[in-house]
Design a binder for this molecule. Structure first.
Ligand code: B1M
Length: 212
């Protein structure tokens, strides 16, 4: 549909003013936040990824595309996080050390909030110690790790091993995700669960917490 194509194009062009305006217009036209995300923003970012891989787009342009994605996410975020349910518990989420990708992590955080969780965002490039500290604070139900680079995936195992080695955090539930991950990889590093996308992250959290 043209309306989604315009939104995808605004991401590809890195036009944050247009992406914000189009997202606002779609919301005003009662298009659901999930449709805006899945049919406009994600296809736009996928094209950016393909162009980046093919050396048809470079880091500054990808950063500008990410800024346009964030501008639209600012509009749909509150709608994604709207929920009748509250108080399922706190989940800390962060992108592992060495990795600066935060769009997927932010989406997962928004969807978890929408699913009734209190989300503690640890940010990007998060060292193991910060996850351990967060786990030790005691109120967390789940620790969420995101990685977008094959080179940063091993940091997840280090964090999981460190959590397991400490009696205070050995029972922590760890959810992992990110484009290069698979269920097999998650199993091999001893993660409690793996979610391929933001919507399944909520289902997984509910499962780990015994809500379903
Ligand atoms: Co980067 N980058 N990047 N990049 N970048 C990728 C990941 C890459 C696949 C591009 C490519 O080559 N096609 C490639 C990785 C290759 C590899 O490792 N095999 C790559 C590279 C190489 C790099 C650099 C090394 C480039 C360089 O410097 N030469 C560099 C690394 C910097 C660093 O992190 N140290 C780099 C830099 C950047 C930018 C800073 C320019 C920018 C990030 C801006 C930002 O995030 N603020 C950027 C971007 C935007 C991308 C692409 C184009 C898009 C990523 C994205 O936001 N996707 C990406 C190509 C691609 O993925 N198509 C690419 C949209 C997002 C919604 O999806 O993050 O997958 P995603 O999240 C999903 C799921 O994975 C899942 O749910 C989310 C929503 O459905 N999920 C979870 C994610 N985390 C989860 C956690 C969970 C559960 C589910 O539980 C806790």
């Amino acid at each position: 549909m043209a309306k989604y194509q315009d939104l995808a194009d605004s991401i590809i062009k890195g036009d944050n003013i247009a992406s914000k305006k189009i997202a606002e217009k779609l919301v005003a036209d009662s298009v659901s936040a999930t449709d805006i995300l899945n049919d406009g923003l994600m296809p736009g970012m996928n094209i950016v990824g393909k162009k980046f891989k093919a050396n048809k787009m470079y880091i500054p342009e990808v950063l500008i595309a990410a800024r346009a994605m964030h501008a639209a996410m600012d509009i749909i975020g509150p709608l994604l996080t709207e929920s009748g349910e509250q108080g399922k518990g706190s989940i800390a989420i962060g992108t592992v050390q060495g990795d600066l990708h935060d769009i997927g992590k932010n989406l997962v955080g928004m969807m978890l909030e929408g699913g009734g969780y209190n989300v503690v965002d640890l940010g990007v490039d998060v060292p193991s110690e910060k996850y351990i500290e967060a786990a030790k604070e005691g109120k967390l139900k789940i620790i969420g790790l995101s990685a977008l680079l094959t080179t940063t995936m091993p940091a997840m195992k280090e964090i999981i091993d460190a959590l397991k080695a400490d009696p205070e955090t050995a029972d922590a539930k760890v959810m992992v995700g990110g484009a290069p991950l698979t269920q097999e990889y998650a199993d091999s590093i001893g993660a409690t669960g793996y979610a391929p996308d933001a919507a399944s992250a909520v289902d997984l959290a509910d499962k780990l917490m015994g809500h379903i």
